[in-house]
Design a protein around this ligand. Structure first.
Ligand code: PEP
Length: 249
């Protein structure tokens, strides 16, 4: 059965003292039992977050990692390092990584492999840009991103994958896909997985929507049949709005 998930991507926000305050507010909350809550702090605060939330149901995720287990890759962090501090979930392929750090599908396929071979869960992000949507190419772009970055994995590996459809034009812009647009493409994503793998895999994978989700629109977006939650950027930096989004389910 697929899970309901709300994940906060804190990006390069929140130093240690801000992280401490935000985590303390989240720790006080009793979230609905059927919603998996995740937060992805900056690398410098991951160990603190992981230690602080060890006995708490909120999962700590990394925002990225290198595809190799170790090596002369200055400034990088590996799956093995993340696991050593208790972090077992990683966001891969966020549009900001694709756009500003040249992460392409071939590289992302390697990162997915590293996550899977280290028994981590990968939140695999993908989504079209505005020009693609305007040209009516969003279905093709999304299918290609999935085929090239993810569809090499085996059937058994799907239980370690969470998908995050994030139209680039809706990230941090205040522009949100309408609930109908979200449902339409999430349904398409499920159909594409079903055609390439099986209906059971397609039905069981959680597909999150990301792009300017806020307390005011979360309920309608999460209410769509094929939307299993959200990857939240800006609104996850404020405890009150993130908690309201989790409770919108
Ligand atoms: C994101 O960064 O994944 C995101 C969805 O950001 P925002 O919610 O700010 O649009």
């Amino acid at each position: 059965m697929r899970k309901k998930i709300v994940a906060g991507n804190w990006k390069m926000y929140n130093d240690l003292s801000e992280t401490t305050i935000l985590l303390a507010a989240l720790k006080e909350q009793v979230f609905p039992e059927d919603v998996n809550v995740m937060v992805a702090p900056a690398f410098t605060n991951l160990q603190y977050a992981s230690d602080t939330l060890r006995e708490h149901p909120v999962t700590v995720a990394a925002q990225n990692m290198h595809q190799s287990e170790k090596g002369a890759f200055t400034g990088e962090v590996s799956a093995v390092m993340l696991k050593s501090i208790g972090v077992e979930t990683v966001i891969l392929g966020h549009s900001e990584r694709r756009a500003y750090f040249n992460e392409n599908s071939a590289l992302l396929a390697e990162k997915v492999n590293s996550a899977l071979s280290n028994n981590m869960t990968a939140i695999f992000c993908f989504g079209e840009e505005l020009v693609d949507r305007k040209a009516g190419k969003h279905f093709d772009v999304v299918r290609e991103q999935l085929e090239d970055g993810l569809f090499h994995i085996s059937e058994k590996d799907w239980k370690h994958i969470i998908l995050a459809y994030e139209p680039v034009w809706a990230i941090g812009t205040g522009e949100t896909a309408s609930p109908e647009q979200a449902q339409e493409i999430h349904q398409f994503i499920r159909k594409t997985i079903s055609e390439n793998y099986s209906e059971a895999i397609a039905e069981n994978v959680s597909i999150l929507y990301g792009g300017s989700v806020k307390p005011a629109n979360a309920e309608e977006i999460f209410g769509q049949k094929d939307v299993d939650g959200g990857l939240i950027g800006g609104a996850s930096l404020d405890a009150e709005s993130f908690i309201a989004i989790v409770n919108a389910f």
